[in-house]
Design a protein around this ligand. Structure first.
Ligand code: NAI
Length: 403
């Protein structure tokens, strides 16, 4: 497998992603009509997003071809793909259509070597994913976990906290996420962080913020009732506690990014020194305040800072205020930082923290899909002070305003 050939041919295909994806799906469904059921064809807007997801996953792999963590990621992906009831034949069918689509999209940039490199790479990727699926099956895990909604708390129009009781025990670490599906919306799965450390009764909380035109989040926020049964995919993600006991911690949570941070905080003992920055688009979105108070009562060395825009100011101002607050705190060389929230915010804050003194390898967050704008270069301290980064809102209207 030649990483250079893979990367150079993928770079050409990526520029024609839209065409490549259309070709891929029509090729796949023409040759293997049986796999149609695995894709959310009833929801054209979701099929549209499927394109981004397919390329986000491929880009993720392309960027990590030589990363020793890639096999672990692929095993987790294979375990998670059991929820689609994906069989070895399906993997082979997808591979044949993917390579056919790449060949057409790459045009004259395609060659016999590229075809060979992709065939080998796809075979290797599939083997590791199938191994992950097999291990999960061997350990007695179900393809997905049916889970009954046992409680539901609505905050405003666009946010709901659901408590679910999985029918089979779900093993996970605080800070991990699962994908979630409602059986009446087949094929639509979205990742949500588990909002609690494992409990004795095995129930889990999910914090769901409604995304405008989001088929699943809208249904979950508006229609889900106690007694409904939802489906959870295999837990995954590496936002788990990695910091030695004696070291101080900073948590930054924006919006429902509070979910994994809350789970991580629940694991701390009373001696831990930690600070928490909770960011919301306005005060009415600072939900779950009781839980914050309970944590403060249990953790005397936890300093909490709430950050919202000034009254009447746009929500972007919260991120500016967060940057100011971070700049006013000391000790960044000592703190491990755990970050969760909108991908753009996570990207910006993790690019800013090294200028304050946190080593990049001490900043932890989920691997979020690429925003298409590349990763910002970390700033030097002087650059940061002279020219503080402005929050970049790439789609400020993608959220429904609260009425
Ligand atoms: N594990 C993780 O990292 C988790 C991430 N999330 C993500 O967090 C977001 C939560 O959505 P909501 O609760 O509706 O949050 P939201 O849209 O209300 O945003 C919360 C705050 O984040 C900041 N922000 C939002 N978008 C930004 C942008 N483009 N650039 C810079 N700053 C921005 C603003 O300060 C805003 O006040 C979703 O994108 C979700 O995918 C949610 C849960 C867990």
């Amino acid at each position: 497998m030649d990483p250079d050939i893979l990367r150079s041919s993928f770079a050409v295909v990526e520029r024609r992603a839209e065409f490549a994806v259309k070709y891929f799906y029509s090729h796949l469904f023409r040759h293997h009509p049986d796999v149609r059921g695995l894709f959310p064809l009833d929801f054209p807007e979701d099929m549209e997003r499927q394109r981004d997801r397919l390329f986000a996953a491929l880009t993720h792999v392309m960027e990590r071809l030589e990363d020793p963590k890639l096999p672990g990621y692929l095993r987790e992906l294979g375990r998670d793909h059991r929820k689609y009831l994906a069989q070895p034949d399906h993997y082979a069918a997808v591979g044949a259509s993917l390579i056919a689509a790449f060949a057409v999209a790459a045009g004259s940039a395609w060659s016999a070597e590229a075809e060979k490199a992709w065939g080998e790479a796809y075979g290797a990727i599939t083997n590791v994913m199938l191994q992950g699926a097999w291990e999960s099956q061997h350990e007695g895990e179900p393809p997905w976990w049916d889970a009954e909604v046992t409680a539901r708390t609505r905050y405003g129009d666009d946010l709901v906290v659901l408590t679910l009781r999985p029918h089979q025990r779900l093993r996970y670490s605080a800070g991990q996420y699962v994908s979630l599906n409602a059986p009446h919306l087949p094929g639509i799965w979205r990742p949500y962080s588990l909002a609690n450390a494992p409990r004795v009764d095995h129930t889990v909380d999910l914090h769901i913020s409604r995304v405008e035109n989001g088929v699943l989040s809208t249904a979950l926020v508006r229609e889900t009732r106690e007694g409904d049964v939802l489906r959870l995919g295999a837990p995954g993600g590496g936002l788990i506690m990695r910091t030695p006991r004696e070291q101080p911690l900073t948590f930054i949570a924006a919006g429902t990014g509070w979910a994994p941070v809350k789970a991580l905080l629940q694991q701390l003992d009373a001696t831990r020194e930690a600070r928490l920055f909770l960011v919301a688009r306005d005060t009415s979105y600072l939900y779950d305040r009781d839980a914050v108070e309970r944590l403060q009562a249990r953790l005397p060395r936890l300093a909490v800072t709430f950050i919202t825009p000034a009254p009447g100011r746009p929500k972007a101002q919260a991120t500016e205020r967060l940057l100011t607050a971070l700049g006013n705190r000391a000790g960044w060389t000592l703190h491990d930082v755990y970050l969760a929230g909108p991908p753009k915010l996570v990207e910006e804050i993790s690019a800013t923290l090294p200028a304050l003194g946190t080593p990049p390898e001490r900043i932890f967050h989920d691997v979020l899909p690429p925003t298409g704008q590349g990763h910002p270069r970390p700033l030097g301290t002087a650059e940061w002070l002279l020219n503080r980064p402005q929050p970049a809102w790439h789609n400020p209207s993608s959220r429904t305003p609260q009425t």
